[in-house]
Design a protein around this ligand. Structure first.
Ligand code: FES
Ligand SMILES: [Fe+2]
Length: 361
């Protein structure tokens, strides 16, 4: 069950150009395209005639409508049929549309009723786009697992000490205890602070002196359903954070299906700013993800054999306080949404009153 009335990242807006793009989110096959005026549109990827995927069609005309590749019906950004080459426009020819919003280099999609889309709920991530290109990494890491396993992965960073031992892990996060702070019903903050130890190798090489005692921090803000803003860095003991090294990364885990996740990341940093350093760090990050996180996440998914997470009675450790609390919050949000739906549909279709005993039917 997904939280519907929430914004989900659907990709980077600069991916959407003159050709329709097929992308499944929340198990809904969708088509994205740029309509008139450059506005991005998202429609269900199914023509109402013979159900051809609209993404197999083309964007046509000055109005930039989408034309079905099968028999040529055309639909505008709101999913209305605007042209039927075979005769009059059928009144019922309509494709469900989704609300989308381009904001600061991210494309967001509202998972629920477009009329209820509330842009104030889009997380504020400041301006990653303003960082120098040589200190910026962006990428896409599709993963065959439930998206909440990716959320768990980032909210319990102690996995770095084992899965990424060496470059990204040196045991320090396991020794620190996470401090979890509630921010709102749909967000929380987890922070690990390590003081007086050398930092991880990936940071240590970029400090002024190597192998020295440092202050090290890892701070994640999670916002439902799968958005994580991670700030992580180190500075020599007793120095200001600004004198040290710091990376800020968005980890955006979005359900494609129950067992697959779109994972977009966007990382900026205040050190190693050059084209060479950038491509080296990109290789390092992709190695950690593709060779370490991804195989583990996918193996976890297989080991769970399609069972629901809580039904397997996972053991709870001190290190996953943030991950567990985020799961509970999400469960509550989904429950509240379902109850609201039930309430609304009861209102719309009230159950017929049973006649009272003795009353004539
Ligand atoms: S299936 Fe789209 S026009 Fe026929
Ligand atoms: Fe990892």
């Amino acid at each position: 069950m997904y939280l519907k009335n929430m914004w989900y990242v659907a990709g980077f807006p600069d991916e959407i150009g003159d050709h329709p793009i097929a992308r499944t989110l929340l198990e809904q096959p969708l088509v994205f395209f740029r309509a008139r005026g450059g506005q991005i549109a998202a429609l269900a990827d199914r023509c109402p005639h013979r159900f051809a995927p609209l993404s197999k069609g083309a964007i046509v005309g000055p109005e930039k409508v989408i034309q079905c590749g099968y028999h040529g019906l055309q639909f505008d950004a709101r999913g209305r049929c605007v042209h039927n080459p075979h005769g009059p426009i059928p009144q019922v020819a309509r494709v469900p549309r989704y609300e989308v919003c381009e904001r600061r280099g991210l494309l967001w999609l509202w998972g629920g009723d477009p009329e209820q889309a509330d842009t104030t709920l889009i997380p504020d991530y400041g301006d990653f786009a303003e960082a120098p290109p040589d200190a910026t990494l962006r990428g896409y890491l599709p993963t065959q697992c439930h998206y909440q396993l990716v959320v768990d992965n980032i909210l319990d960073l102690t996995h770095a000490d084992y899965l990424h031992a060496g470059g990204l892990g040196n045991g320090s996060l396991t020794r620190a205890r996470p401090v979890v702070t509630d921010l709102s019903p749909r967000s929380l903050h987890v922070s690990w602070k390590v003081s007086g130890e050398p930092t991880i190798a990936a940071f240590d090489v970029h400090l002024r002196e190597q192998g020295k005692a440092t202050e090290q921090w890892s701070e994640v803000t999670w916002t439902a359903a799968g958005n994580m803003h991670l700030r992580t860095g180190a500075t020599l003991l007793g120095e200001e954070r600004s004198q040290g090294v710091e990376a800020m990364t968005l980890h955006l885990a979005v359900p494609e299906t129950v067992t697959s996740t779109h994972y977009w990341y966007w990382s900026v940093r205040n050190f190693a700013i050059s084209p060479e350093a950038n491509s080296q760090i990109q290789k390092f990050i992709e190695f950690a993800f593709v060779q370490q996180d991804k195989p583990m996440l996918e193996a976890q998914q297989r080991a769970m054999q399609g069972r629901e997470f809580w039904s397997l009675r996972p053991i709870l450790l001190a290190s996953d306080a943030g991950a567990v609390r985020a799961r509970r919050k999400l469960d509550q949000l989904v429950l509240a949404e379902q109850e609201m739906h039930r309430h609304q549909s009861n209102h719309e279709n009230p159950t017929p009153q049973q006649p009272e005993l003795g009353e004539s039917p």
